[in-house]
Ligand binder design. Sequence first.
Ligand SMILES: Cc1cc2nc3c(=O)[nH]c(=O)nc-3n(C[C@H](O)[C@H](O)[C@H](O)COP(=O)(O)O)c2cc1C
Length: 414
Amino acid sequence: METVTLDTRPVKMRLNPKKPRTKPRPASNRRSGRRSGAGPKTQTLSRELFASVSNNHFVMSSLFSPLTLRGITLRNRIAISPMCMYTAQDGFANDWHLVHLGSRAVGGAGLIIQEATAVAPEGRITPDDLGIWKDEHVPFLRRITDFIRAQGAVAGIQLAHAGRKASHSSPWKGGAVVPAEAGGWTTVAPSAEPFTPEEPTPHALSLAEIRQVVADFQAATVRALAAGYEVIELHAAHGYLLHEFFSPLSNHRTDAYGGSFDNRIRLLLEVVEATRAVLPEHLPLLVRVSATDWTEGGWTSEDTVALAAILQQKGVDLLDCSTGGNVAVAPIPVGPGYQVEFAERVRRETGLPTGAVGLITEARQAEQIVASGQADLVLLARESLRDPYFPLHAAHELGAAITWPDQYLRARPR
Ligand SMILES: Cc1cc2nc3c(=O)[nH]c(=O)nc-3n(C[C@H](O)[C@H](O)[C@H](O)COP(=O)(O)O)c2cc1C
């Protein structure tokens, strides 16, 4: 049976944020101090606690404790959320991707998840998306993973198919539908229904084409392994193909892939099985879902909990809980940590480890999410664009131990 090992042991953290330690501990102590015995599984650190304890006292940092998923240990609970850079040509990565992802590995994150990387050319959101549909894509991706690993971070990749939301131009090129004559293509979906009435109608996938999608995800996984990624995340969120299948708002099929809950999640489960079948036992599989469509009659958080329990049985190791994206206009209560409740609920009701994402921008906020047991991993997107070194800065603010790159040691706060 496949098992998930969750290392929730906390590490020591210096209180009295931003007050420098008088003498840095030797590296050997730091390392042993990172695993400071069996603490409670979860722990709440309030602002008051931070404020009330003197400089000489220590508490534990959950954010900077390692997380083990199967045979892979992340050095801390901060992941860089997948973010499209719209900077590829014919799916090929280039220096931008190396420097962008590499900088965030230098910045101290435990896991770097590469942007939505298309498993098929027609699965790209834009012609500028990264891809992994041919072997030629692998060598440059290998450079990226080698660099990330050399910094002590783990390289993950988000495998994606954009479904009916494909064939658009990049945001700074206007984001409009790209017609065939300008290099676009006919999009595919569970049903022949466009995302908005203004967009072209997608082609409803036949059963044979659905089998090809599953095969594409599997082949992409094999290439991702050849490229050195140690974490695979399946993109089943934000209104892209896998989400389009499980949401009742976009799936009106009458065959084995539509109608009931079991039918609508069938494609995702087949992709999970195909991916897991080629993933070595020691490598974790993550799935990003939109935990709710935020729309009456759509996918709900109850559905997500039911799906999570099934995914757990299928060998998924962590559910990355985002929301929305399948409805052009939905009432989303956007605010700090507004999606954390979904990660918390899945974790509480199924025991499946979860990732929280969405407007997590502060060190103490991230610490609190992990310490209070709302999620096992915190994913940062925009904040990590503002500050690639967020983990280094957060460790300093929280007083937690973190290893700075040797090349940057002279800048380490003391
Ligand atoms: C530039 C940019 C590109 C993004 N691309 C992806 C992507 O490739 N895959 C994905 O699942 N989410 C993508 N997202 C969403 C983020 O991963 C994240 O879920 C969202 O931005 C909320 O987190 P934040 O508040 O920390 O930015 C993207 C977000 C941004 C800002």
